[in-house]
Design a protein around this ligand. Structure first.
Ligand code: HC0
Ligand code: SF4
Length: 574
């Protein structure tokens, strides 16, 4: 351990810790703009400079390692003056449209301006140099991601998140030098024409509003307020946990009941659980897997519920699309059942008497789910997809005191009941574990196989594997970069019978639409809660879901039946 003092306070930090870590340990606030826990720091914003006794110049605390005996001052007059000037320079290049900005209230730069009481007294120098008009500042062509580089502060985090340190897609890179420097797409193409997979990791790390999810929450509130259609919303497994962070609660706090109550107050007539459809996905996907296994065809099966992974395959390896499960994702299944299946039928007369079809919204921790909802083959299942962050904005816009809401909210049925297997979909490895739990029942080995597959869990390892007795080896790729690495050789073809890929590290709980936490252990904390919900569930295998059993009995016959195929399966664009 390293012992040092920060502003006169004694602290101990682990070997290898930075001065920034030490300030956090001491409970001292040091502003940062270009720092993000899981990405390399380049110390470009200079906001985190601190004085270190004995050093002639201030040191960037995000990259300077702490040493035994260091004496740190974070708040000297000269540091305050430097930070102020530095931030005012950024402000001179920043548009003054905070009131209309989608990240108003959660922008790190806005917070800084507020904290430092900065005045915008310099002459404005709009971003985007006249010398390089080819770099378009705004791009609204993607169904998932909006770009507005007039707000960019050049932190470089999007370049890292999309590039070598993150998703390995390299869609965004820096162009130009000096004051014209900005992160642009390859050949300045609109995002929709690049290899962007819509994962949204760039929006997660952007400290300002330069890269955001394509916003749809205004449309949702507008439609709800018109009261013209019966409305239904479904919520993803990961959202009910991460939403708590947006309201100052401890990471990992489970807010299922509060969230349901908030959604009712926002104005939704029905609040459903995506986990119900996750159970249904398992019925379809486990059956599909066992059929392929029997026929030894199109193995290994690739899971298909991560739309950024589907996008990646379509763009980069269309030759492998036959491996993808044709089972729709839970989001799309739930949408189809709500719009055209069980729920729509249950509305009966109310549905037919002038109210038109139900208005269906989903809330996901993911930006690519927006893109998925307009894919050929599934478009029409849903009207709008919102991220967890957009849900928080709606709750705030409605003035709902989220943390004070009662925790007693319950999902509506019949599309609301779920098992623990549906809940673990939100974590990397969860889909595969859920498949194994139900497939073992289908092949009569339920009693001899474990319910908990700890080898498949975790947010740290790139690739996790497990041997399923009598079936073969399965693999989990924790992030799209891990999948890319695996597919570089041919070994996967013979080694595995099924492969789960989630494009974001950690799975959906680390999705690009989640709250922008700076807690280095955020993925672990969210994951812990997901498995706690599973552990406490009375039913933990998807086939045990009573409402799913009823759905097959009344509407879908059996898994992979023609009826199930018509409503619950899709195809891919080669
Ligand atoms: Fe996920 Fe899903 S688990 S992709 O991560 O399969 O977004 O949370 O809702 O559809 O269920 C996201 C999360 C979902 C879907 C489910 C799957
Ligand atoms: Fe890159 Fe993902 Fe952002 Fe697209 S959404 S630019 S792939 S990080």
């Amino acid at each position: 351990m390293i012992k040092l003092t920060v502003n006169g306070r004694f602290v101990e930090v682990e070997d290898g810790a930075t001065l920034l870590d030490a300030t956090r340990e001491a409970g001292v606030y040091v502003p940062t703009l270009c720092y993000y826990p899981r990405l390399p720091s380049h110390a470009v914003c200079r906001m985190c400079l601190v004085d270190v006794k004995g050093e002639k110049t201030p040191q960037p605390s995000c990259v300077t390692k702490a040493k035994d005996g260091d004496i740190i001052d974070t708040d000297s007059e000269s540091l305050q003056a430097f930070r102020k000037t530095d931030a005012e320079w950024l402000l001179a290049r920043h548009p003054n449209d905070c009131m209309q900005c989608e990240v108003n209230g959660s922008c790190k730069f806005q917070n800084l301006v507020n904290d430092f009481q900065l005045e915008d007294h310099w002459e404005k120098i709009p971003r985007g140099s006249q010398a390089h008009p080819e770099h378009k500042l705004t791009d609204h062509t993607s169904p998932s991601i909006w770009q507005d580089l007039s707000k960019c502060i050049e932190c470089g985090l999007c370049v890292e998140a999309c590039g070598d340190s993150g998703q390995q897609q390299h869609v965004i890179g820096f162009a130009e030098r000096g004051s014209g420097r900005m992160p642009v797409t390859v050949f300045d193409k609109p995002l929709s024409e690049t290899n962007c997979i819509s994962c949204g990791q760039c929006t997660l790390v952007c400290p300002v509003g330069a890269l955001i999810e394509t916003p749809h929450w205004h449309d949702v509130l507008h439609t709800l307020d018109s009261h013209r259609r019966i409305s239904a919303v479904q919520v993803a497994p990961a959202t009910r946990i991460a939403i708590s962070e947006e309201f100052g609660m401890k990471p990992g706090t489970v807010s299922t009941g509060r969230m349901i109550n908030a959604l009712r107050q926002i104005g939704f007539d029905y609040v459903f659980d995506t986990n119900f459809a996750a159970d249904l996905t398992i019925m379809e996907e486990a059956t599909e897997f066992l059929t392929r296994f029997k026929e030894q065809k199109n193995l290994p099966l690739f899971t298909s519920c991560c739309p950024a992974w589907v996008n990646w395959l379509e763009i980069n390896r269309p030759d492998l699309l036959t491996h993808l499960s044709t089972t729709k994702s839970p989001q799309q299944m739930h949408g189809a059942l709500t719009k055209r299946g069980a729920f729509a039928h249950s509305l009966g007369a109310e549905f037919t008497e002038g109210k038109t079809e139900p208005y269906v919204v989903s809330i996901m921790p993911c930006t690519a789910k927006k893109d998925e909802s307009v894919r050929p083959g599934v478009s029409g299942d849903l009207d709008h997809v919102l991220t967890t962050r957009e849900l928080a904005r709606m709750i705030k816009a409605r003035g709902i005191p989220f943390s004070a809401l009662p925790e007693d909210g319950k999902f509506d049925n019949p599309l609301g009941e779920s098992t623990g297997a549906g809940q673990i979909f939100g974590a990397s490895g969860g889909v595969m574990e859920a498949v194994v739990r139900t497939a073992s029942h289908f092949i009569g080995k339920e009693d001899s196989m474990p319910l908990d597959w700890h080898q498949l869990r975790g947010v740290v390892k790139d690739v996790k594997t497990a041997e399923i007795p009598g079936v073969g080896k399965v693999a989990i790729c924790n992030g799209i970069a891990a999948a890319q690495r695996m597919l570089k050789t041919e070994a996967w073809r013979d080694e595995f019978v099924a492969i789960e890929v989630m494009s974001c590290v950690g799975g959906c709980l680390g999705g690009g639409g989640e709250p922008k936490s700076m807690d280095p252990l955020i993925l672990e904390k969210r994951m812990h809660s997901i498995y706690e919900i599973d552990k406490g569930s009375p039913r933990r295998r998807s086939y045990e879901n009573q409402d799913i059993q009823k759905l097959y009995a009344t509407e879908l016959d059996k898994p992979n039946s023609p009826q199930a195929h018509a409503l619950l399966h899709t195809h891919y664009a080669a």
